[in-house]
Design a binder for this molecule. Structure first.
Ligand code: ADP
Ligand code: NI
Length: 213
């Protein structure tokens, strides 16, 4: 890792190291690793992918009460490390447009670099890790685990999406939909396997819930 990236790694570690809703430094590292894997199958600017992967959650409203301040701090960091304004603008274009919540009402166009980071972030939301993070997030924000009387919601804007529901419903409102929204071929393949893991988990969950197994 070159020295600018190492500095960004350390910066993100200090920003998100103690985050406890599933968006901590270990999530970032998994997204970076998955981005590297997806990069192997694409023609893209590796530096841009990695910097955006590292910074994508620092100013998210789930992890900070002051996104504007965090954005400015990230800009200052990138300038201090010698990145151009043009590069920084591209990083923010990705961060601002890649999230699930930002794409609930109409899909943003993303650069290939943005598509890679979006896929990597979404892969970390599904499969075994996705299941674990979702229950962790639900506990952190006081969601109930499951209530068969509460149905998953269909169309939602961002504020509706952020209202509490049940953890199990989150699978139907978001997680199971991600497989068909992957951009790159590599991510589509990884997602197909992770989808099976989630479906098998839900089957088992309902069987145990109903005392059938
Ligand atoms: P994005 O940052 O792309 O908008 P989300 O805010 O939907 O993504 O959330 C990232 C991860 O946080 C999800 O994949 C999931 O694990 C967890 N999460 C978000 N909302 C909920 C929820 N209502 N219940 C349980 N987990 C959630
Ligand atoms: Ni993320």
């Amino acid at each position: 890792m070159h020295k600018e990236l190492r500095a960004i790694d350390e910066y993100v570690q200090s920003e998100l190291g103690y985050e406890t809703s599933g968006h901590d430094y270990t999530h970032i590292k998994r997204v970076v690793r998955l981005s590297e894997r997806l990069l192997e199958g694409e023609q893209a600017d590796e530096e841009l992918v990695l910097v955006a992967a590292y910074l994508h959650d620092v100013s998210d409203d789930k992890v900070t009460t002051d996104p504007a301040k965090k954005r400015q701090a990230m800009k200052d960091k990138l300038t201090e490390l010698g990145y151009s304004d043009e590069f920084t603008t591209k990083v923010f274009e990705i961060i601002d447009n890649m999230s699930f919540s930002a794409n609930l009402q109409g899909k943003h166009h993303l650069s290939i670099e943005g598509q890679i980071v979006q896929d990597a972030d979404r892969l970390d939301a599904i499969g075994a890790i996705g299941i674990a993070r979702t229950f962790y997030f639900g506990g952190h924000f006081g969601e109930i685990m499951y209530d068969p009387r509460i149905m998953p919601r269909q169309e939602m804007d961002k504020s509706e999406y952020r209202k509490r529901n049940t953890v199990v419903n989150h699978f139907y409102e978001k997680l199971l939909k991600l497989k068909d929204q992957m951009n790159t071929e590599t991510a589509k393949k990884i997602a197909a396997n992770r989808q099976q893991v989630m479906l098998a988990f839900l089957d088992e969950f309902y069987d145990e819930w109903n005392g059938k197994k």
